[in-house]
Design a protein around this ligand. Structure first.
Ligand code: ADP
Length: 274
């Protein structure tokens, strides 16, 4: 019943149509199928961590006379519950982003601050995996939107770049201004020299719950929702996200957003807000 309620909150689905990269009938049919599968997917995705929690709880009980084993199982329980919480948070984020009112704040945002925050949020993971994070080229760039959502989107790309690379890889983040057909855009690029993605998978990875390699995604705490969230955030800001990738060479994800061309933002008064 809860899943059905969630499905109802996610309606209307019409904006999903803009999510189709290639605007043809077969893609449309696939999007329809994805919609129908969503509730089934959520239930299925919840079953794995809930099953693990249940098994681990039994294991703790069975091992009660062996403190080391209890500690080991308790640590695993913490990991599984954290994963469950992350999954539920992402489902809520996604349902909000797909609603008619994606709850976007609308403020002038310094893209370089977004990128710096996203990088600092990912530093711990980079250190753990011995991956170097390189903040390469930046340009002064401003966009209109929700700072936290954009930071989330960039952090998601950076964390994927770390997770889908081998140890001691490098991940490069850059910001550049581009102009195409008179439109000024800000492009945030996240590049890795990791495992890469086959051409036929490159469109599918933006679908909810789609993973190329389930085992690898799960072992890094992945939920299969990250890129779907990134795409919704980009679209909510009037932009898009695309991928370039070659298996064995690496991937570059680019978020492209319309530049804010209005009056210069008010300098922070250092005042009382928040
Ligand atoms: P997950 O939680 O599994 O990382 P995402 O939606 O973020 O979910 O990504 C979907 C899938 O796309 C991943 O499971 C992975 O197979 C692939 N992927 C995402 N980013 C990268 C990357 N930088 N390099 C290689 N594969 C990637």
């Amino acid at each position: 019943a809860h899943a059905v309620e969630l499905e109802a909150r996610i309606a209307p689905f019409d904006d999903e149509r803009v999510l189709v990269l290639a605007d043809d009938e077969s893609s449309q049919r696939r999007v329809d199928a994805v919609r129908r599968d969503f509730v089934a997917n959520i239930s299925h995705e919840l079953k794995t961590p809930i099953g693990a929690v249940s098994v681990l709880a039994e294991a703790v009980e069975a091992a009660r006379d062996d403190p080391d084993a209890v500690r080991r199982f308790a640590t695993k329980l913490q990991i599984e519950t954290a994963r469950l919480a992350e999954l539920i948070n992402q489902i809520i984020d996604l349902s909000r982003l797909q609603s008619e009112d994606p709850m976007l704040a609308s403020e002038v945002i310094d893209v370089n601050e977004v990128v710096t925050d996203a990088v600092s949020r990912s530093k711990e993971l980079a250190t753990q995996r011995e991956v170097s994070l390189i903040l390469a080229r930046t340009s002064d760039a401003f966009v209109l939107g929700d700072r936290w959502q954009l930071t989330d989107a960039v952090a998601n790309l950076v964390q994927n770049a770390i997770n889908y690379s081998d140890e001691r890889a490098r991940v490069t983040i850059s910001v550049a201004l581009t102009e195409r057909a008179g439109d000024q855009n800000v492009e945030i690029k996240v590049s890795d020299n990791g495992i890469g993605i086959k051409a036929e998978e490159q469109e599918r990875i933006f679908e909810r719950f789609y993973r190329v390699d389930y085992g690898r995604s799960r072992s890094t705490g992945g939920t299969g929702l990250g890129l779907s969230i990134v795409r919704h955030i980009a679209i909510a800001h009037g932009g898009s996200v695309r991928v370039w990738s070659r298996p064995g060479q690496g991937s570059t994800f680019t978020i492209s957003l319309p530049t804010y061309l209005g009056p210069a933002p008010e300098p922070d008064s250092g005042g009382d807000d928040q």
